[in-house]
Design a protein around this ligand. Structure first.
Ligand SMILES: NC(=O)c1ccc[n+]([C@@H]2O[C@H](COP(=O)([O-])OP(=O)(O)OC[C@H]3O[C@@H](n4cnc5c(N)ncnc54)[C@H](OP(=O)(O)O)[C@@H]3O)[C@@H](O)[C@H]2O)c1
Length: 243
């Protein structure tokens, strides 16, 4: 078994996921770069290695059962266990997203990747995480998935665009993560949600105001929680995000 801490980041070829891989790699960890496209994956691994990170490519489409199973096998053969899983990969699902105009397929796409994809990858990796001394799971969510922020007086400032797909998919992810925390309470696995803030990436046509490295910071923090750290909670850089 490897001496280094082993982490897998999904959707690590670009955006916030790439910077999470870089941030965890800077700690001296060995980083599995989960990505579905071979060329984009190889390019990210090469760039991380050039920056001094021990990175390795993990072919992974989070919507595909066989892909998740193969990814777990690859990590088992390479490292024998997994210490940290960051479920970062996500899609908006497409436009329009207003409930009165949305194509049901748009909702299905968002849920398939952003919720079921997280469940699929988490469950494929759980046997390897259970072999770790301090397993951590970080699910990248968004404050647009906070029902508290979608309603009430503050909603105009914090709710983001009206959405029947992406925002509800993150609310669903939050709810599912809470259920994992309930089931895994009593184990040494800590599972939490992080919101990166509004970050300039492909996801929003680079309209975000933060850098991907700034967005990655919350994931690095949640990936490095001490053994007595929180579980089943939702954080951004400012602290706890209300459900
Ligand atoms: N940007 C923001 O302002 C913001 C705000 C709140 C939360 N977030 C969350 O932060 C996380 C990262 O977002 P981002 O802004 O960095 O987005 P991004 O630049 O669009 O990157 C998304 C990543 O997910 C990957 N991905 C999508 N579908 C996949 C699949 N089926 N299998 C494997 N990988 C897949 C993409 O791979 P390809 O290159 O192959 O498409 C890409 O690597 C997401 O969970 C997002 O919801 C972002």
């Amino acid at each position: 078994m490897s001496e280094r801490t082993i982490a897998l980041v999904t959707g690590a070829n670009k955006g916030i996921g790439y910077e999470i891989a870089a941030g965890l790699g800077a700690l001296g960890w060995s980083i599995g770069v989960g990505a579905r496209d071979e060329q984009r994956r190889d390019a990210a691994v090469e760039k991380l290695r050039a920056a001094g990170v021990e990175a390795f490519g993990v072919p992974l489409d989070v919507t595909d059962d066989a892909s998740a199973t193969a990814a777990a096998r690859l990590i088992e053969e390479r490292a024998g266990r997994l210490d940290v899983l960051v479920n970062n990969a996500a899609v908006t699902g497409g436009m329009p997203q207003e409930p009165t105009r949305v194509d049901p397929a748009t909702i299905r796409t968002a849920v398939e990747t952003n919720v079921i994809g997280v469940v699929r990858v988490t469950n494929a990796m759980l046997p390897l995480l259970r072999r770790s001394a301090s397993p951590r799971i970080v699910n990248m969510s968004s404050t647009v998935g906070s029902l508290a922020r979608q309603s009430g007086p503050a909603a105009e400032q914090t709710a983001g665009p009206v959405s029947a797909a992406y925002a509800p998919s993150k609310a669903f992810l939050n709810a599912v993560t809470l259920q994992y925390a309930r089931e895994l309470s009593g184990t040494n696995i800590l599972i939490n949600l992080g919101c990166p803030g509004y970050v300039a990436t492909d996801l929003n046509g680079f309209r975000g105001v933060r850098t991907p490295a700034q967005g990655a910071a919350i994931a690095v923090e949640l990936a490095t929680l001490p053994d007595d750290g929180p579980t089943g909670q939702f954080f951004d850089d400012a602290g706890v995000v209300p459900w």
